[in-house]
Design a protein around this ligand. Structure first.
Ligand code: SF4
Length: 443
């Protein structure tokens, strides 16, 4: 029987790809997908479970759907993704409104689960497949604007940072076969995707589980032969960035000089306690080398304040490191002691103090971003136009220095129509509420 299905996807881009695959599976099974939950037979809430705060957000969404269900506007609720995997028993026990659950090893069962919840007999399915072996391939229905898409090249993580639950939610690191990735990328390119975002929990490790060799550089060179305009890389583990990879990034014009390298902290003792493999000196040397060899490089990282072992001296050390490294983009998070992690068992400051420290680091970063923005005023940048803002009466888009959703936009004026998805040249002239502004140079 055919039904109307609505999806809510929370969390990161990797989760979004899972959602896109589930949508394709549901459509292939003959169901109709609609954006609005109201009026749907089944709402699928694809959750994030990385941090306690993400779980709270997931529960809020589920409860909102439960209200719609009570009002007769939604028939069934299915919960999938990381929080479903992490708190499976609790979700089913504490949230009676939830009609079924699929863990991170069972996305492929979505069509079967819909049949089960919509069938006779009040079945409450709970699919918990093997998270270490679950199939990662499959068609997708893109949920991004038509000009960009994610390519998830691996699943899972073997790094086992002491504060992180991901390895227990997503399983061992598994690279997808290169021919499968190139086929999927070719389809994305044929569909008109201009910007390909290569993602995984750790893209630098790609290939090491296939034949023992790092193969990211090889994969990127093959992707560059396809018809993409930009290729952007997210989540590189510092100590696996090989010289071959740096050369490939430097030589291939399509690979953007924008690298997302989460470091979390710079203090040697903290890094060691967190099971990270770098030292401050190695990170400093890496960033200098990257800047030297990749002209115009923009760096992004993520940082955690209040980690076990961080006192005022270590916090100041982090701020000094950032002032010196001048990393242009950073996500700053207060340490969250996650149930089941080793870091949660170690001595650490209260959340409130971790938040205060995060604000301090954000202030340091704001100065770095202001200085960076000032340094590029007057420059002409290639910008991918993404739309027109009626309130600002300006077009907006992104240059190589802005990744979608996380880095803000460039607003610009133009005396001609510009279709979203078009590349234009914009001269940067100022800032507006922290975002860069400029004017069209050529269409
Ligand atoms: S590299 Fe560390 S922080 Fe990132 S997903 Fe793997 S275990 Fe978690």
């Amino acid at each position: 029987m055919q039904h109307i299905i609505s999806f809510i996807s929370l969390g990161c881009a990797k989760n979004q790809v899972n959602c896109e695959q589930m949508m394709a599976a549901v459509q292939a099974a003959g169901h109709t997908i609609q954006t609005e939950p109201e009026g749907a037979d089944v709402v699928v809430v694809n959750t994030c479970g990385f941090l306690a705060s993400a779980c709270e957000e997931a529960i809020e969404n589920i409860l909102e759907m439960a209200e719609l269900k009570k009002a007769g506007k939604v028939k069934k609720i299915l919960v999938t993704g990381c929080m479903a995997q992490r708190y499976k028993g609790d979700v089913l026990q504490e949230l009676p409104e939830v009609d079924g659950l699929l863990g991170t090893g069972s996305y492929g069962d979505i069509a079967a689960a819909i049949d089960e919840v919509m069938g006779e007999g009040g079945v409450r399915p709970c699919h918990l497949g093997n998270i270490h072996t679950a199939d990662q391939s499959g068609p997708r229905i893109l949920s991004t604007p038509p000009w960009y898409a994610y390519l998830r090249i691996a699943e899972g993580c073997d790094n086992h940072c002491a504060y992180c639950v991901i390895p227990s939610l997503r399983g061992r690191y598994r690279s997808r076969p290169m021919d499968e990735l190139l086929e999927e990328a070719a389809e994305l390119s044929a569909a008109g995707v201009q910007e390909l975002l290569v993602i995984a929990q750790d893209i630098t490790r790609y290939g090491t589980d296939l034949d023992g060799e790092h193969q990211l550089a090889k994969l990127l060179r093959a992707l560059c032969k396809l018809d993409f305009h930009w290729i952007r890389l997210h989540y590189l583990y510092p100590d696996e960035i090989t010289d071959e990879l740096i050369d490939t990034i430097a030589q291939e014009a399509k690979i953007l000089p924008y690298l997302d390298i989460p470091i979390q902290h710079c203090n040697d003792g903290i890094l060691r306690a967190m099971n990270r493999r770098d030292t401050k000196a190695e990170l400093q040397a890496l960033f200098s080398k990257l800047r030297e060899r990749i002209p115009g490089l923009v760096l992004r990282t993520s940082l955690i304040t209040g980690l076990p072992g961080e006192g005022e001296a270590e916090l100041e050390e982090l701020c000094a490191f950032l002032r010196e490294a001048r990393i242009e983009r950073a996500g700053v998070f207060p340490f969250s002691p996650e149930e089941g992690t080793r870091a949660a068992q170690m001595d650490h400051v209260e959340m409130e103090e971790a938040r205060r420290r995060a604000e301090l680091v954000v202030d340091v970063q704001s100065d770095i971003i202001d200085a960076y923005n000032a340094s590029i005023l007057g420059a002409a940048r290639e910008v991918l136009c993404e739309g027109f803002d009626g309130q600002a009466q300006m077009f907006f888009g992104r240059s190589y220095a802005e990744s979608p959703d996380i880095d803000g936009r460039i607003y610009f004026t133009a005396d001609q129509e510009i279709a979203p998805g078009t590349f234009v040249t914009v001269r940067l002239t100022g800032t507006m509420d922290g975002e860069l502004t400029g004017e069209l140079v050529e269409g």
